[in-house]
Ligand binder design. Structure first.
Ligand code: HSE
Length: 348
């Protein structure tokens, strides 16, 4: 059955533009294949601009403006005078795409946006790691209380399926441990160091290629991987961990000599995020580990990410794929929206 959704986008940076491009390109096939029709009625971004049009914004024009540096208000495609909270409170949204930058200390504006939307019964798809790492149990309860659906596939491995893989590819399997290379920047640096580059040179390259967070400390000190380990632990293993409770070591202590010694031993240093159940308690950690070719994560080089599930019925199952990028993370939001649509169809 075809259903039409009014969508609001908060955050129109790299990922916000990525999902807008994908939506624009796939509009026809989404309707034909899934019965998913949509209008993007509002976009709010402090840099790109904030506009609202209840009949739907012209996405091609909005994208063109974002690329050329024209503010959205100056395009004549919608009303000015809107902001993110007004969009949630007064925009008559069915689905909010929350794509503001991650803040792992406070949850940032994203946490406020999610609380505001879910408490109004607005379904949410987000790539923002802060709110999910810091407040998943609260946000899930809020969503359930108000009949809203909360999706966040893009918080771990961007559009490469992790939560959907667990839900639909591994139903009823018991998962006792999850290990992953979940940060592209550090994996890129360690891979480059294995090829003889210095840490500083490799980090500069990762920044230039756009893999690193705005402040790369979050990558190299392991905080980004920590957020993802906590999300995996709490969502998939049912934990209630706070990032402060999880031991975390980044890669800044790994020297070129360490990397080369490992190579001579036929091994590699990798930053491993791990979540597991021990004596009925969910635990997590992030630390560099020296691993050999027998490990499913050994072959994951460069900016590539992977997550390995240890299951009771299948043994180890590993998914490998991109963990960041405009379309890569944008696609996570699309898969979340289709999932929201599917769930809503079953409710009707
Ligand atoms: N800075 C992150 C990474 C981006 O390098 O993987 C995706 O969360």
């Amino acid at each position: 059955m075809t259903q039409s959704y009014k969508i609001g986008i908060i955050g129109f940076g790299t990922v916000g533009q990525g999902i807008a491009e994908i939506l624009h390109l796939k509009r026809k096939s989404l309707e034909e294949t899934y019965g998913f029709r949509f209008q993007v009625v509002g976009i709010a971004d402090p840099v790109k601009g904030m506009v609202y049009n209840p009949e739907g914004l012209d996405l091609a024009k909005a994208l063109e403006a974002a690329r050329s540096g024209t503010r959205l208000e100056d395009l004549g495609i919608g009303e000015a005078g809107w902001d993110s909270l007004k969009l949630i409170r007064e925009g008559a949204l069915d689905i909010l795409l929350e794509i503001t930058p991650t803040n792992l200390q406070t949850g940032g504006p994203g946490l406020t946006h999610l609380r505001e939307a879910l408490s109004r019964g607005i379904h949410v798809a987000t790539t923002n790691k802060g709110p999910i790492a810091l407040a998943y149990p609260e946000l899930k309860a809020l969503a359930d209380q108000h009949g809203a659906i909360l999706k966040f596939e893009g918080t771990v491995l961007s559009g490469t399926p992790v939560f959907n893989l667990r839900a639909y590819g591994l139903p009823a399997a018991s998962i006792r441990e999850i290990r992953g290379i979940v940060n592209g920047t550090t994996n890129y640096i360690l891979t480059q160091m294995a090829q003889g580059k210095s840490y500083e040179e490799a980090l500069k390259e990762a920044q230039a290629k756009g893999y690193a967070e705005t402040d790369p400390t979050a990558d190299v000190e392991g905080h980004d991987a920590l957020a993802k380990a906590v999300i995996l632990a709490n969502v998939i293993l049912g934990g209630s961990l706070h990032p402060d409770q999880v031991p975390c070591t980044g890669i800044t202590g790994i020297t070129l000599e360490d990397v080369q010694t490992a190579q001579q031993e036929g091994k590699k240093w990798k930053l491993i995020a791990r979540a597991w159940v021990e004596d009925g308690t969910v635990k997590a950690e992030v630390r560099p580990q020296k691993i050999g070719p027998e490990d499913p994560l050994y072959a994951i080089d460069g900016v590539m990410n992977a997550v390995a599930f240890e299951t009771d019925v299948l043994g180890s199952v590993t998914i490998v794929g991109p963990g960041a990028g405009s379309w890569e993370a944008g696609y996570a939001l699309l898969s979340d929206m289709i999932e929201i649509h599917r769930i809503l169809q079953t409710r009707r």
